[in-house]
Design a protein around this ligand. Structure first.
Ligand SMILES: [Zn+2]
Length: 128
């Protein structure tokens, strides 16, 4: 392996690590911390309950947000990007993966109970 090939591999590997770490950091910041705060602080919950008021949870639920929540979450993306220098591709990947968060909601058993309260509701077909 030539020195040029070695350096190319190091740069590519470094970029892959930066993108992966960036996705993890953004998921923690915008996905977890921002969401926890939206539930914890009553003033933020007033805006976030728009998202939780969706009767039919699917991929569109991700985009059912109050504009204030959108700005709130945006701050939890921009600040880490600005402070750490997270690559733009990490932001794109995290947003694409994050937007699919509710897409499998109808494919898995839910924690809700049927009308009787005794039988778990495993999806629309089984729900009374
Ligand atoms: Zn929530």
């Amino acid at each position: 392996m030539s020195a040029r090939e070695f350096l190319t591999n190091v740069v590519i590997l470094s970029m892959v690590v930066q993108i992966f770490a960036g996705v993890v950091i953004l998921d923690f910041s915008a996905g977890y911390l921002a969401h926890r705060a939206l539930h914890f602080f009553p003033v933020l919950w007033r805006f976030h309950r728009v998202h939780h008021s969706d009767d039919f949870v699917d991929v569109t639920t991700t985009y059912r947000t109050h504009p204030v929540e959108t700005v709130w979450r945006f701050l939890f993306v921009v600040v880490p990007v600005w402070m750490i220098g997270i690559p733009a591709l990490a932001v794109v990947i995290q947003r694409l993966v994050g937007s699919q968060w509710h897409s499998g909601a109808r494919q898995y058993p839910t924690l809700t109970l049927g009308r009787s309260g005794a039988v778990p509701c495993l999806g629309d077909a089984q729900c009374p």
